[in-house]
Design a protein around this ligand. Structure first.
Ligand code: GLU
Length: 285
């Protein structure tokens, strides 16, 4: 069950034109204030509906990606959603997956298109003003990748050079603060940014080390700089609760995450997807 969230559908569902400019602008920043009051989803609503609707990436190996061999959606965030579906609905495939990008994650939650976003989303105080986060389920780190042949050895060598990033990400904000003298080009997705690096349209690309590791398992001729710019605690995102509609889905999911930590499920998923990618030997061109 795969669907792509159309921005125009999201705008329509958010109350039309009045929201359009704000949605486009703030969506690109990765943060969006509510355009109309949306209620938090109740666990009972999902149980009655019989499925969970999850916003995930379709192009971010090893978290959410379409496997080129069999066309199936796979990855850490996909397995995590199936685990939550199993615990909430007694069936691991009672999940409808919708594609989100870093810049549309908040829109997808705020518009009510999805119940939960599981998409390499770092918990930040700014985002937490707009969406409600689960407890962290994985810690990534911001890193920088360059072509193996590049003369760049450390971050400071990138001043004056062109750095590629994904719009609306924490990576964008952090790198711009750290290297104000660099030149920047932003992309909708990490796949687009990495393709631009491959075709020589920039000197380096920055995103989380976990996401970079997914590219390096499939592409030769790149290396990651030793310096890490930040810790990136990933959280699942939900609509915020209110007195009328408490955010019980988020609280229930936090209980499941605690169980999964206890019973080794989170460690197993990390070993299966993330550690395998991070520890993969870089291939020789
Ligand atoms: N995890 C970071 C963020 O949430 C950057 C990677 C991503 O696009 O998810 O902004």
């Amino acid at each position: 069950m795969l669907r792509t969230v159309s921005l125009f559908r999201l705008v329509r569902e958010n109350g039309g034109k009045a929201c359009l400019s704000g949605l486009l602008l703030l969506g690109l920043l990765g943060v969006l204030p509510g355009c109309g009051e949306r209620k938090a989803v109740l666990t009972s609503e999902i149980q009655h509906r019989g499925k969970l609707v999850a916003g995930v990436k379709f192009d971010s190996k090893p978290f959410g990606f379409l496997d080129s061999e069999d066309g199936q959606l796979k990855g850490y965030d996909i397995d995590l959603m199936r685990e939550i579906s199993r615990r909430l609905l007694n069936k691991e495939n009672a999940v409808e997956f919708q594609q989100v990008f870093s810049s549309t994650r908040v829109i997808a939650i705020d518009s009510g298109s999805v119940d939960v976003v599981a998409a390499t989303m770092t918990i930040t105080p700014k985002r937490a003003k707009v969406v409600a986060f689960s407890d962290p389920y994985l810690i990534a780190h911001q890193a920088v990748v360059v072509p193996t042949k590049s003369s760049v050895k450390s971050l400071s060598d990138l001043n004056g050079k062109t750095i590629l990033f994904v719009l609306g990400t924490t990576s964008e904000a952090t790198i711009k603060k750290r290297l104000p003298q660099a030149k920047y080009t932003g992309f909708k997705s990490s796949t687009d940014a990495f393709s631009a690096l491959k075709s020589g349209r920039g000197d380096a690309m920055t995103t989380d080390d976990t996401i970079i590791s997914g590219f390096l398992t499939d592409n030769c001729g790149f290396r990651v700089l030793n310096e890490k710019l930040s810790d990136e605690p990933y959280g699942l995102a939900f609509r915020k609760g209110s007195a009328q509609a408490p955010d019980e889905l988020r609280l229930q999911v936090n209980k499941y995450l605690a169980e999964m930590k206890q019973d080794g499920t989170l460690e197993r998923l990390k070993a299966k997807w993330v550690d395998t990618a991070l520890n993969a030997k870089p291939c020789k061109p």
